[in-house]
Design a protein around this ligand. Structure first.
Ligand code: FE2
Length: 277
């Protein structure tokens, strides 16, 4: 590791609602930060008011990309039109490759009054957009936790940290997805693949990313390099460190369909309407 990444720019999230009126904060996929190839969207959701989310995300389609749901607290009840269903518990991750298409519902539930998590969208390359839908699902206890330095705890969802490999496999974009907790005095330099797009989203406390302070609710897009330097702030900081290899392909996107051309988007609408998902 000899070229630490700098912070290109820090973005604020944008409060919005989606599904049947779920209140959330969109961190990526906003007017200020429309995408970060291969990433298309990052939503942070969470509330102790069930009215903010209880209507959930009833049946809706996806084609051509992946949705990654990571629950911090509470549960997400999931069901699709191919017979796949399950309950994502606190600390679990569901990495769903929609491929040629699914129709599913996602219904949040609180546990002990809490419901909090993230949904990340990342693109698939043209060659994989029409592949069979695929799920990678792991409970909290299946996700490796590493302590690479004093006061630093890392849940390795995707990517590699030392000898520890994350649970998710996605050779197309070789993603990194780490949930990092930093005590106030902690400092750590973590490797990141050179050339990957990368960002840090702080969701609790504040952390120093390279030489920039990033507070809860902010997302820092990183410049290129082979590592990132993180340092705790006041109290305990929690953040996501996410990276992926850019696809550098044309993106034709409308709502829940992400293809390469307008013609493929029209085909997606037609296939969905005709019940071919
Ligand atoms: Fe969905």
């Amino acid at each position: 590791m000899n070229s630490p990444r700098h912070v290109d720019r820090v973005y604020q999230g944008q409060a919005t609602s989606d599904g049947a009126g779920v209140r959330l904060v969109r961190m990526l996929g906003t007017a200020q930060l429309p995408d970060l190839d291969p990433f298309l969207m990052l939503d942070a959701f969470g509330s102790d008011q069930p009215g903010d989310y209880i209507a959930g995300f009833p049946d809706h389609p996806h084609r051509g990309f992946e949705t990654v749901t990571y629950m911090l607290d509470g549960r997400m009840r999931h069901r699709d039109n191919h017979g796949h269903e399950g309950l994502l518990g606190p600390g679990s991750v569901q990495w769903m490759s929609a491929g040629r298409g699914i129709v599913h519902s996602e219904m949040p539930e609180q546990v002990e009054g809490l419901m909090r998590g993230f949904q990340l969208w990342l693109n698939l390359p043209a060659r994989d957009k029409m592949s069979a839908p695929r799920y990678q699902e792991y409970a909290a206890e299946q996700i490796p936790v590493v302590t690479p330095a004093a006061g630093v705890q890392v849940k390795v969802i995707a990517g590699q940290l030392g000898e520890v490999k994350g649970v998710i496999e996605q050779p197309a974009t070789e993603p990194v997805y780490l949930d990092i907790q930093l005590d106030s005095a902690a400092t750590i330099t973590l490797p990141l693949p050179l050339g990957h797009s990368a960002f840090v989203h702080v969701f609790q406390g504040a952390a120093q990313v390279d030489d920039r302070r990033v507070a809860a609710g902010e997302l820092a897009v990183l410049g290129d390099g082979d590592a990132v330097q993180l340092q705790g702030g006041d109290g305990v900081a929690r953040l996501l460190l996410v990276a992926g290899r850019p696809l550098r392909e044309p993106v034709a996107r409308h709502g829940p369909f992400v293809m390469n051309t307008q013609a493929e988007l029209v085909q997606a609408f037609n296939d969905y309407r005709a019940g071919r998902f």
